[in-house]
Structures are given as structure tokens and as C-alpha cells.
Ligand binder design. Structure first.
Ligand code: GLN
Length: 505
């Protein structure tokens, strides 16, 4: 067996038992990347040299370990991970899928990266994404789209499509993504893997390039829910660099074993209405039947304001986007006119004859003007304009304030539902992975892909997409994800239920 096919759990056991070395594990991941990534394009950049060097260090570190020392290694010791390109790793490029940041190198580690480094995980590279995480297919990446490993003519979902494709094609053991309105769960569903969006505030956003700050959350994407749980445990926790992280006290801690028997699963009738692909519906219905046979009680519930979630999301997100994107004015990131000028002045003063340095300065200026002219892609520009409009005097009350009120009602819907059920379940996506270009013409068509995922972010709840089955279409077996939504702060309960369910499918 190729080691790159292993889960975190298996790989970590193998390392501890010395069945194989970290070097071999990392090596098999790079073999897979070399074999498949020219077609799939999950990665924007790979760190082959540093990852191999780190692997060697890990092997040296444990070469003299006794059994007790080996068994007390951190859960992610030596585990090769892929990181979405909007998460900062000091010294590495972080483009967020945008030309605007094509030359930006991170000056510090995101808190999640610090935590993973502490566990001595290994970073294989940065993964492709829709520009600044705006999109559902990776087609909005400024660096070309990624393909779905299950059918190369279809999208992997977005915006964390690169991470999902890398996990699904075994080009890493697990990955990190970010989710503002579904960007972890959607690609997880399309690529047939597990993707978890934690309760807002469970995971620090420090070092995550912001899209919409009141909704963004980093989370794990993995081959199993168990792996997602392990990765989540490694990255979660209050952080003084992100004041929106919540105290440990307010969360339930520790991995619980939750039985499906007698569990009450609420199925919102609004999540099975028009627009849901009939084959997706059949897979979800069958999966819920399995949970029922395992002893769970399935109950129809209502989330009456569901149909307002998408419109409210597409007011609130662009509003926050328009504020967050304002910092990318071309002066602070990449090459700037002033940097080019300073460079030229300095060289003029010290060495007036150096044609080379002068040409360097001109090149810098050239890169700058090109970057600025190319700047943001269409979707980002669209959201800046929509958001600026929604926030402008005269429209603020009619749009932004109203959307915030709707957000409150959506949160109340969930609060009411959780008075009677343990968990809520439904489809993650209303459709199967679509073909390239199918939804790019009309932005509303793309937005409709978010219909079942955005309410969770508006309410700040935890939710996970778990592979539920597949549909054969035109010769391809296309995965379908089932979404479980938990109540606020009950991430552990949610994950342990999802793990039980995973055993059934
Ligand atoms: N597809 C959604 C959007 O475009 C979600 C994006 C995300 O979660 N980052 O806004």
C-alpha cells in the first residue's frame, strides 16, 4: 500500500510503531503529487525541499525514542498536511488565489500554523482556492482552476477546492480549509471527504486572510471524520491574537462517544424543497434511513427563515468584503511604486552608473503596475461594489441593517430547533459536482450552490459534511455529502455523532 493513502490515525500509528519512517510517508505524498497534480492542480506551490528536510528531522528525533516516548508524541507528529493559500506560513507566499497577492510572502505564522508546528506536523504545500475565498468551484482562482479527482471534467467545489482535491486524491494525509459560507463543507461534499466548520470562535482567525470576518472560520478537511476531529483538536483554542475566540470554559471539551440509538435527528423540511437534485435527495434519504435503522429518531422540523439566509448572506458578506478588501490598495502588498522609487533613489545616490540596478527598479515598477492593473478578479470586484452600495448612506438601513435582523431570526430558528433535537441533518449541496463553465456565466447560479451552507455561518454554528454515498452520472461516480449541524459550542458532540454515522455508510 502506498503510504499517502493512509488516514492521520493510521499514519500516526505507523510512525509510532516504526512500520515506516516520516521520510517514506512524505516521499509517497510527493510521488502522488508528481503523478497527479499536473492534471488536478490542487496545489499552488509545493514545499518539497523543506518538507523532506523536516521529515528527516522528525525521523532523527524519534530514532532513539523508547516505546513510552513514542506513544506520547503529539497526534500530528510527522503528518504531511496541505494548507489553503489564505493561511499564513512565515516566509512562504500566501496569495489567497489573487493576483493582488501574487508576490506577497507572509511575515508571521497564523495561530493554527503555530499550533501545528508545535505538534511537528509537516507542510507539503499551499492549495488552490477561489480568489479571497469567494466562490464555490475554484473557477475564481487567479491561477487556474482545480479539478475534481472523481471526474476531471467537473469542479472540486470551492472555495477550498484545492485542499479537498488534494485530500481526495491522496496527495496529502489531511488539509486545512476555511469556511465563510460553506467553503470547507461544499468541496468536501463534492470530493467525497469529511469537512468540518467549527463553531465561530473555536479556532483562531489570526493569520487567516480575511474575507468576511464575522463568518470566517478555519477548519479541517480529511479522509475520515475521526481525522477531522484529531486535526480540529490540534488547532482549536482561545487566542489572545483573535479577540473573537471564545474561552475554553464555554465549550464542551474532550472526545465523547455518542451513540446513534435514541438520538433525535431533526430534518428541516426547507432543505428538501425545489432546486434539490433528485439523485442527491435519494442518497440523503437513504443515508437517513440507515441512521434510523441504527436506532436514531428522525423528525421533520422547520427552520422558517431558511429562504432568507442566502439573500441575507449576500448582503452581509459583500459588505464585510468591501471593508476587508480596502487594505489591498497596492501599496502594502507585492511591489509598490514607492518601493520601486526608493530603490531607484538609493541606487542613483550610490551608483549612478549601475544600469542593472536601474533596470531592476524599472522591472519592479512594471510588476507593480501589471499587478495593480490586473488587480482583483470579476467576482471580488462585484462584491466590493455590492457591499459598498449596501453600506452607503441611504441604503444602509434598507439592506445591511435589514440583513442583520434576518441573521438574528435565522439564529433564533436554530435555537428553537435545538430545544427538541440533538442534531440537524440534510444535504450539504443541492446538486452534484458541476462541469467547468456551467455556472460562471450567471453569478446567481453560482450563489445557489450555497443555499444549504450559509445559514450555519450566519448563526455561527458548527457543521460537518460527511460522505453519504454516490450517484453515477455519465459514467462517473459522483460523491454526495450529508451535512450535520450542531448547536453552538457543541462541536465535540456533533463530531462524535458524525463519526458514528460514518461507520454506517
Ligand atoms: N461560496 C460561498 C461564497 O462565495 C462561500 C465562500 C466561503 O465559504 N469562503 O461566498
Amino acid at each position: 500500500m502506498n503510504l499517502n493513502h493512509l488516514t492521520i490515525k493510521q499514519a500516526s500509528e505507523g510512525i509510532r510503531k516504526k512500520d515506516f519512517s516520516v521520510t517514506e510517508l512524505v516521499s509517497d505524498c510527493f510521488c502522488a503529487i508528481k503523478e497527479k497534480d499536473s492534471e488536478i492542480h490542487a496545489y499552488l506551490e509545493i514545499f518539497e525541499e523543506s518538507a523532506r528536510a523536516d521529515a528527516k528531522k522528525r525521523d532523527e528525533e524519534i530514532s532513539h525514542h523508547n516505546d513510552a516516548e513514542l506513544s506520547s508524541l503529539p497526534a500530528l507528529f510527522g503528518i504531511p498536511l496541505a494548507i489553503k493559500d489564505n493561511i499564513l506560513i512565515e516566509g512562504s507566499r500566501a496569495t489567497a488565489g489573487s493576483k493582488m497577492l501574487a508576490h506577497y510572502h507572509a511575515l508571521y505564522d497564523a495561530t493554527v500554523i503555530k499550533k501545528l508546528k508545535k505538534q511537528r506536523a509537516i507542510f507539503l504545500g499551499k492549495t488552490n482556492m477561489d480568489e479571497f475565498a469567494m466562490g464555490s468551484s475554484t473557477e475564481n482562482s487567479a491561477f487556474g482552476f482545480s479539478r475534481n479527482p472523481h471526474d476531471l471534467s467537473r469542479v472540486p467545489g470551492g472555495s477550498s477546492g484545492g485542499s479537498a482535491a488534494a485530500v481526495a486524491a491522496d496527495m496529502c494525509i489531511a488539509a486545512l480549509g476555511s469556511d465563510t459560507g460553506g467553503s470547507i463543507r461544499q468541496p468536501a461534499s463534492f470530493c467525497g471527504i469529511a469537512g468540518f466548520k467549527p463553531t465561530y470562535g473555536q479556532v483562531s482567525r489570526h493569520g487567516l486572510i480575511a474575507m468576511a470576518s464575522s463568518l470566517d472560520q478555519i477548519g479541517p478537511m480529511a479522509k475520515t471524520v475521526e481525522d477531522a476531529h484529531i486535526l480540529f483538536e490540534a488547532i482549536r483554542g482561545q487566542d489572545e491574537c483573535d479577540s473573537t475566540t471564545i474561552k475554553e470554559l464555554n465549550y464542551e471539551l474532550g472526545i465523547k462517544n455518542q451513540e446513534l440509538r435514541n438520538l433525535k435527528i431533526g430534518v428541516p423540511k426547507e432543505y428538501f424543497s425545489e432546486g434539490l437534485d433528485v439523485d442527491v435527495k435519494a442518497v440523503i434519504t437513504e443515508a437517513l434511513e440507515k441512521a434510523k435503522r441504527a436506532g436514531a429518531r428522525i423528525e421533520e422540523i422547520t427552520l422558517p427563515h431558511s429562504r432568507f439566509a442566502l439573500p441575507a448572506y449576500y448582503i452581509i458578506v459583500p459588505s464585510e468584503v468591501s471593508a476587508n478588501m480596502a487594505r489591498f490598495d497596492g501599496i502594502r502588498y507585492g511591489y509598490s511604486v514607492s518601493a520601486a522609487n526608493r530603490h531607484e533613489q538609493r541606487t542613483t545616490l550610490t551608483d549612478t552608473n549601475s544600469k542593472d540596478t536601474r533596470r531592476d527598479a524599472e522591472n519592479l515598477y512594471d510588476v507593480y503596475t501589471k499587478t495593480r492593473a490586473q488587480g482583483f478578479g470579476t467576482e471580488v470586484k462585484r462584491r466590493i461594489m455590492l457591499g459598498t452600495y449596501a453600506l452607503s448612506a441611504g441604503y444602509y438601513d434598507a439592506y445591511y441593517v435589514k440583513a442583520q435582523k434576518v441573521r438574528r431570526l435565522i439564529t433564533q430558528d436554530f435555537d428553537n430547533a435545538f430545544k427538541n433535537v440533538d442534531i440537524i441533518a440534510g444535504p450539504t449541496m443541492p446538486m452534484l459536482p458541476f462541469r467547468f463553465g456551467e455556472r460562471t456565466e450567471n453569478p446567481l447560479q453560482m450563489y445557489l450552490a450555497d443555499v444549504y451552507t450559509v445559514a450555519v455561518n450566519l448563526a455561527g454554528l458548527p457543521a460537518v459534511s460527511v460522505p453519504a454515498g454516490a450517484v453515477t452520472r455519465l459514467g462517473s461516480k459522483l460523491p454526495v455529502g450529508l451535512q450535520f449541524i450542531g448547536s453552538h459550542g457543541k462541536d465535540q458532540k456533533l463530531l462524535s455523532i458524525a463519526r458514528q454515522f460514518e461507520q454506517l455508510t
